[in-house]
Ligand binder design. Structure first.
Ligand code: AMP
Length: 334
């Protein structure tokens, strides 16, 4: 199948063509036609499957096809909720790239940075808003945003939002949107809680499942049983054998991620860390530095690194065991 076959408008196709994607990925092939029809979707897909374009392209198409209604002050036509700030930035950038020729306006809002520029961006209304739940609720409480004309609502990485305790926030946000909306819910895993949430927010959804909860097949795995006091020496040894490629190390706690990154830097490695105690600016700087190759190694906690898409990682090292199989899949599914 080719992108031309979806019936997307030339403005959108031009942007997709400039990305040089060879063909739609399986989730794009399965989801795009149904999102275009207006169906609700329950999508089971992890990061790296192309799920962002699977919802972003048909949403842009629907917004374009509906014409350019006069944007009400502080209104939003399409809302995408993500669990973390980094993922919000990444999804916002994807929308920006796909919408570049459409004239549709988009904004991204998240906590940890000044609210002022975000307020300004919302003032005239936006076609697409990508947001984390906390900052969105803050702005809603201050009456700086109006969700009453949302046409399409996306919950991205719903399982992680649930893990982070955002469920009550999500319910409040859903209540502020019209009932007659289209809703898309994506989740890497489908525990019972997410199924329950789906039943509440989706109407007659189509289920799209890509790669049941199993690691991607191109990844090979190795386990090194080691007593705790030898973990760091083993890590140092492994890093000597991983070549020059980017390495992502996972630690259980923020404190530990920070300490390991410091130890690696002291040993002469170019290492940074990504964990929730850092300011938003520092988090983004770590991530950008890791993406650009300024740092070869990034030590991260699960929550801070959730959904982060970094191309070409050569090794993922689990310094601490993940809590469950799903967390393992998330860590290596990139
Ligand atoms: P996502 O799963 O949305 O985080 O996307 C993972 C990566 O795949 C991103 O870097 C996208 O730019 C890329 N991507 C999206 N769609 C395609 C496609 N059809 N072919 C190749 N790469 C893609």
């Amino acid at each position: 199948m080719q992108f031309q076959e979806f019936g997307l408008s030339p403005e959108i196709l031009r942007a997709v063509q400039s990305m040089n994607y060879p063909a739609p990925t399986p989730i794009q092939e399965q989801a795009i036609p149904h999102v275009l029809e207006g169906r609700d979707i329950l999508g089971s897909a992890q990061t790296g499957t192309g799920k962002t374009a699977a919802f972003a392209l048909p949403i842009l198409q629907r917004l374009l096809a509906a014409g350019r209604p006069k944007r009400g002050k502080r209104t939003v036509r399409s809302l995408v909720l993500t669990p973390t700030r980094e993922l919000a930035v990444q999804v916002g950038e994807s929308f920006g790239a796909y919408a570049v020729h459409t004239g549709l306006r988009h904004a991204t809002i998240y906590g940890g940075v000044s609210q002022r520029p975000q307020e300004q961006a919302l003032l005239k209304g936006v076609d697409i808003l990508v947001a984390t739940p906390g900052r969105l609720l803050d702005l809603m409480n201050q009456k700086l945003i109006d969700l009453s004309s949302v046409e399409v609502f996306v919950l991205d990485e719903a399982d992680r939002m649930f893990d982070m305790g955002f469920l009550p926030d999500i319910r409040r946000i859903v209540r502020a949107t019209p009932e007659a909306r289209q809703t898309l819910l994506f989740s890497a895993t489908m525990p019972e809680d997410i199924r329950q949430l789906s039943a509440e927010v989706l109407r007659d959804p189509l289920t799209v499942q890509i790669g049941i909860s199993a690691p991607v097949e191109t990844v090979s795995h190795a386990v090194y049983p080691v007593p705790p006091h030898l973990k760091t020496p083993l890590l140092m040894e492994l890093l000597l054998q991983t070549g020059d490629g980017p390495v992502l190390v996972f630690a259980r706690t923020k404190h530990r991620a920070k300490r390991i990154a410091e130890e690696l830097a002291d040993a002469g490695h170019s290492a940074t860390c990504l964990q929730g105690n850092l300011s938003q600016t520092r988090r983004q700087a770590s991530l950008n530095g890791f993406r650009d190759g300024k740092y070869r190694i990034m030590v991260a906690t699960d929550i801070a690194s959730r959904g982060i898409d970094v191309a070409g990682i050569s090794h993922v090292i689990n310094y601490d065991m993940p809590d469950c199989a799903d967390a393992y899949i998330h860590r290596i599914g990139r």
